[in-house]
Design a protein around this ligand. Structure first.
Ligand code: ATP
Length: 217
C-alpha cells in the first residue's frame, strides 16, 4: 500500500489502470473520468520527465552521448530503444534515471489533486504496471481485458499493421491473461462500448464504497 499523507486530511484512493496494448485502457479511463476520476497518465509523465533541460535529459545525454539527441534537440527515443534493446546494463541504467522521476512526478501530481479534492478517486494509467512492478504505488489495480486474439484484431485495425507485426508487439508484453489474474478488478472490453460502460459504472459504485470504508479518521 502506498503511503498516505497522514498529516493532512487528504485520503485519495489510487486506482492503477492497466491492460494490454490496445485493450481499451484509454477508453475505460475516459468513462471513469466522466464519472469523476481524474487521470494521471504515466505515458505523458514519461515524456515530460525527459524534456530538454530536465535533470533526466541531462543524465541520459551524459550516459548515451550526443547520438541520443535528435535534430530538434529532443531525446531520440527510437535510437535509445535500439541501444538499450541490445544492452541490458544500459537499459537498467536508463530506467534508473527515468523511473524514480516518473514516480516523484506521480506522487506530487496526486497530492496536488488530493489537496483540492481530499477523497478523490484518482486513476493512474500505467501500461506496464505489472511488468515494472509498480503495484506499491496504488491501492487497487484494474485490468482492462480483451483476449489476445481480439488484441491482435484491434491492433491491425487501429494501427494498420500486419498480423505478424501485431503478434510480435504482443510478445514483448506480459500475457494479458496473466495480468488479469493479478488484478483486483477486471473489466471485459471485448464487446460493445455500452457493455463496457455498464461494467465501469458498477466498478465506480464499488470504488466509492471502498473509499468511504477506508477513510482515515
Ligand atoms: P494503447 O495500449 O495503444 O495505449 P489502449 O489500451 O489505451 O491502447 P484504446 O485506445 O482505448 O486502448 O482502444 C484501442 C482501440 O480499440 C481504439 O481504436 C478504440 O477505439 C478501440 N476500442 C476500444 N474499446 C472498444 C470496444 N469495446 N469495441 C470496439 N473497439 C474498441
Amino acid at each position: 500500500m502506498p503511503l498516505r499523507p497522514n498529516k493532512t486530511k487528504t485520503n485519495p484512493l489510487l486506482l492503477g489502470v492497466t491492460g494490454g496494448i490496445a485493450s481499451g485502457k484509454t477508453t475505460v479511463a475516459n468513462f471513469l473520468k466522466d464519472l469523476g476520476a481524474p487521470i494521471i497518465d504515466f505515458d505523458v509523465i514519461a515524456r515530460q520527465v525527459v524534456e530538454p533541460g530536465t535533470p533526466s535529459f541531462r543524465a541520459i545525454v551524459e550516459l548515451f552521448g550526443e547520438e541520443s539527441v535528435d535534430r530538434d534537440g529532443h531525446l531520440d527515443r527510437k535510437r535509445l530503444s535500439e541501444i538499450v534493446f541490445q544492452d541490458e546494463q544500459k537499459r537498467k541504467r536508463l530506467e534508473g534515471i527515468i523511473h524514480p522521476r516518473i514516480v516523484d512526478t506521480f506522487i506530487s501530481q496526486s497530492n496536488e489533486i488530493a489537496k483540492k479534492v481530499p477523497d478523490a478517486i484518482i486513476q493512474a494509467v500505467i501500461p506496464l504496471l505489472f511488468e515494472v512492478g509498480l503495484q506499491h504505488l496504488v491501492h487497487k489495480t484494474l485490468v482492462v481485458y480483451i483476449s489476445r486474439e481480439k488484441q491482435i484484431e484491434r491492433l491491425i485495425k487501429r494501427d494498420k499493421i500486419t498480423r505478424d507485426h501485431a503478434a510480435n508487439i504482443l510478445k514483448a508484453q506480459l500475457p494479458i491473461d496473466e495480468k488479469a489474474g493479478m488484478a483486483d478488478f477486471v473489466i471485459n472490453n471485448e464487446n460493445s462500448l455500452d457493455e463496457t460502460k455498464s461494467q465501469v459504472e458498477e466498478l465506480w459504485k464499488t470504488l466509492i464504497k471502498f473509499q468511504k470504508q477506508n477513510k482515515i479518521l
